[in-house]
Every structure is written in structure tokens, then in C-alpha cells.
Design a protein around this ligand. Structure first.
Ligand SMILES: NC(=O)c1ccc[n+]([C@@H]2O[C@H](COP(=O)([O-])OP(=O)(O)OC[C@H]3O[C@@H](n4cnc5c(N)ncnc54)[C@H](OP(=O)(O)O)[C@@H]3O)[C@@H](O)[C@H]2O)c1
Length: 321
């Protein structure tokens, strides 16, 4: 019987560059024969600039909503690192301007306050982008927010607030930017950040419903605007270690370690793992991909141990871990 060594990541020196590797499926008899080792570059340590050309988004203008913090900040930074000019927007002017200044070290980044729920503010933002850049190529709808509550306790106001932000705001932004730029340009890319809604969203029914709405409008727009050469896709992040998690009450934050252990990969994701996927969907490498939802969640949305089978078989057959 072949033994399988599933070793944790191991760091080696490779010339000038330090990379992490992992090796799987090594027979003991072949252990010292490197030809039999399967090296896999650890994706967590691979940076966007090692993967893509530095000028991938040269001459492209991108708008990242909610780009002042967390996942949106990482998306803005990577787009800048790959040559895009980036506009970020959010409601809070001061931290927004600080973020734009910080991000400017990576490329041309400007900012304007805008509440995605208010179409007059979105129109003003579109005008600002027109004056500054004359065009918009990539729209990343990342802005959003929600609060945990069981369904029976959610008030009309609470429900409307989350639907208005996460569904209506996203739609208003798409419609206005498409009418001002993408449709007349006959070209554009839209990426929506939603959430893991695969099995509903227990504990946050409002955001589950709103994100399902965005997932569905992604499909509709993919079909309606394909004739305008517009692609639109969604990304469904799992739990991501970002500023967004700080908003949750301590009782929920205390459960994070347990939640990590219960995840197939035993960890939460990083903002960069989400923005890596955004850069792929915003690039010509995904030129035939539209209307999909890409899960960036370490397989968590599939995590369902039917009949406790996985656990039982591991105890019977061993874990190989
Ligand atoms: N972290 C996760 O585990 C996770 C998982 C799945 C999905 N998501 C989603 O991914 C997105 C980014 O999350 P994050 O973790 O980076 O959280 P975050 O730091 O709280 O980012 C949310 C951003 O959206 C902006 N925003 C919220 N409402 C807005 C509005 N009405 N108009 C304009 N900007 C608005 C906020 O800025 P202002 O306060 O200045 O407006 C903030 O910059 C959110 O939509 C979040 O729900 C996060």
C-alpha cells in the first residue's frame, strides 16, 4: 500500500526568492528522488504581480465601491499594482481620503464620497469620473454591510436598510455606470462581491436575500448586455479576515476559532484571496466568462458531512494527516 505524506507547507530557498512548497503523494521508496515530488506553489504566498503582467490593466479605469477598507482596499491596491487607474468611493469622507492617499503609492488613485443608496450621489460620482478620466472600464461593487439577527426579530427598518444597501445600492450603481460609460463605450466589466448564500444565510436573512438578488441580476445583465460587450460576474467570499469582521459583536467574534476549525481548509480567507479572483474576472483571461458566481471560500459552501460519513471514515481508515 502506498503511503501518502501530506505534509504541511515547507519553506525552501529557491535562488533569490523564498517560496513555499508543499508535496503530496510521496512513496517512501521514492522519498529521496526529487523527480517524484510534486511541488505546488503555495497560493497564499504567490502575489498578484508574480502571476500577472504589471501592466495588465494599463489604460483601464476602475471604480471600487467601499474601497477605503478591508476587501475593497485590497482590490483597489491590486488593480493599481497591475496598472489601472482607480477611483474609490464610500460614505465616510475622512477615512476615504486617507485610504486614497495611501493607495496612491501604488498608482493613480482618487476618491469621492458617495452613498451607493443615493442615485443623485452616484450620478455626481459618474460625472467626477468623466471629468477626471473620461471613461470607466471596470466596476467592482464591493460596498455593503449588514448586522446579525434572527429573522423573527428584524424590523421593517432593519430589513429595508440591508436590502437598500446590498441590493438596491448595487443595482443603482450598475445602472448609472452602465448608462454613463459601459453601454455607450460598448465595453465594460462588472464584478459584484456578494457572500456565501449557497445554503441560505442563517443569522443574516436580509443580506442572504439581498445577495441572492445580486446573484440573479448578475445573470440577467450578463444576457441583456452581452451585446454591448459587457461582462458581469459575482464573487461569493466565505468568511474573510478583514475589517468587516470587526463589526460583529464579541459573542460572535468568540466563535471565530471554532468556525475556522469547522471549515474544510481550517482557516478563514484573506482579502487578497478575494481580490485575486476579482483581478481574474476583471482581466481578459476570463473573456468568455459572464453571469457566474465564483465561490472564494475554501469549499465552505459545500461543507456538509452527510451522515457524519467523512468523520466516521477518517476514524475507521485513518486521517493521513
Ligand atoms: N469579511 C467577510 O467575511 C465578508 C464575507 C462575504 C462578503 N463580504 C462583503 O464584502 C464587502 C467588503 O467587506 P469587508 O469585510 O471589507 O467590510 P468593510 O471593511 O466593512 O467594508 C465595507 C465597505 O463598504 C462601504 N460602504 C458600506 N455601505 C456603503 C454605502 N451605502 N455606500 C458606499 N459605501 C458603503 C464602507 O465604507 P463607509 O462606511 O465609509 O461607507 C466600507 O468601506 C461587503 O459588502 C461585505 O458585506 C464580506
Amino acid at each position: 500500500m502506498n503511503h501518502v505524506f501530506n505534509r504541511p507547507y515547507r519553506t525552501v530557498k529557491n535562488g533569490l526568492k523564498k517560496i513555499s512548497i508543499r508535496h503530496n503523494a510521496i512513496k517512501p521508496t521514492n522519498f529521496f528522488n526529487f523527480a517524484h515530488w510534486q511541488f505546488v506553489i503555495n497560493p497564499i504566498n504567490l502575489t498578484i504581480r508574480e502571476m500577472y503582467r504589471n501592466d495588465l490593466f494599463k489604460d483601464k479605469v476602475a471604480l471600487v465601491t467601499g474601497g477605503r477598507s478591508g476587501i475593497g482596499y485590497a482590490i483597489a491596491r491590486q488593480l493599481l499594482q497591475l496598472g489601472a487607474s482607480v477611483v474609490i468611493c464610500s460614505r465616510k469622507e475622512e477615512p476615504l481620503m486617507v485610504a486614497a492617499q495611501e493607495l496612491s503609492q501604488f498608482g493613480t488613485c482618487i476618491a469621492m464620497p458617495c452613498d451607493i443608496r443615493k442615485t443623485d450621489q452616484i450620478k455626481a460620482l459618474a460625472q467626477f469620473i468623466k471629468e477626471q478620466h473620461g471613461r470607466l472600464d471596470i466596476l467592482v461593487n464591493n460596498a455593503g454591510g449588514q448586522f446579525p439577527a434572527m429573522a423573527e426579530y428584524i424590523s421593517d427598518n432593519g430589513w429595508n436598510a440591508v436590502i437598500n444597501n446590498n441590493l438596491n445600492g448595487t443595482f443603482f450603481m450598475i445602472r448609472e455606470m452602465a448608462n454613463t460609460f459601459l453601454i455607450p463605450q460598448k465595453q465594460g466589466i462588472i464584478v459584484n462581491i456578494i457572500a456565501d448564500i449557497f445554503r441560505g444565510f442563517p443569522g443574516m436573512i436580509h443580506t442572504g436575500a439581498a445577495r441572492a438578488g445580486v446573484e440573479n441580476l448578475t445573470k440577467t445583465i450578463a444576457l441583456e448586455w452581452s451585446e454591448h460587450n459587457i461582462r458581469i460576474n459575482s464573487i461569493a467570499p466565505g468568511i474573510i479576515e478583514s475589517s468587516g469582521l470587526d463589526q460583529y459583536p464579541p459573542q460572535i467574534q468568540e466563535m471565530f476559532e471554532e468556525a475556522k476549525q469547522a471549515s474544510p481548509m481550517g482557516r478563514f480567507g484573506t482579502s487578497e484571496e478575494v481580490s485575486n479572483a476579482v483581478c481574474f474576472l476583471a482581466s481578459p483571461l476570463s473573456s468568455f466568462t459572464s453571469g457566474i458566481t465564483l465561490y472564494v471560500d475554501g469549499a465552505k459552501h459545500l461543507n456538509f458531512d452527510k451522515m457524519g460519513m467523512i468523520k466516521a471514515m477518517k476514524s475507521i481508515m485513518g486521517n493521513n494527516g
